[in-house]
Design a protein around this ligand. Structure first.
Ligand code: FES
Length: 105
């Protein structure tokens, strides 16, 4: 029986460390990140504008938005660099075998 709270993001081998990818969803796209082999997920939309965070650059444990170069702490969603000031939503990640899921709550 499918679990509606799980959103498939990618296979563990699909996303190399230091990279991000957008997963399209009608209820809001999700960005998945691989930080040194550990996976994280946040909402994909920058809280400062309409930009896709997955199109930005992963720098350490932060994602830098490609639009105005504000940034967020990926594990917590905290805004770290202006003009971003509002945190983004984060999702718990569940890995089952090679499948990476976001857990919606
Ligand atoms: S839209 Fe992301 S920093 Fe402005």
């Amino acid at each position: 029986m499918p679990n509606d709270n799980l959103v498939f993001l990618c296979k563990t081998g699909d996303l190399a460390p230091g990279n991000a990818r957008r997963v399209e969803r009608k209820d809001g796209d999700i960005a998945v990140y691989n930080l040194d082999g550990k996976f994280y997920a946040t909402e994909d939309r920058c809280s400062h504008g309409l930009s896709s965070l997955a199109e930005g650059e992963v720098i350490g444990d932060e994602i830098e938005c490609s639009m105005h170069f504000g940034s967020f702490h990926i594990p917590s969603g905290e805004a770290r660099q202006p003009p971003c000031s509002v945190a983004i939503r984060t999702f718990k990640v569940d890995i089952r075998g090679e499948d990476v899921f976001a857990v919606l709550s």
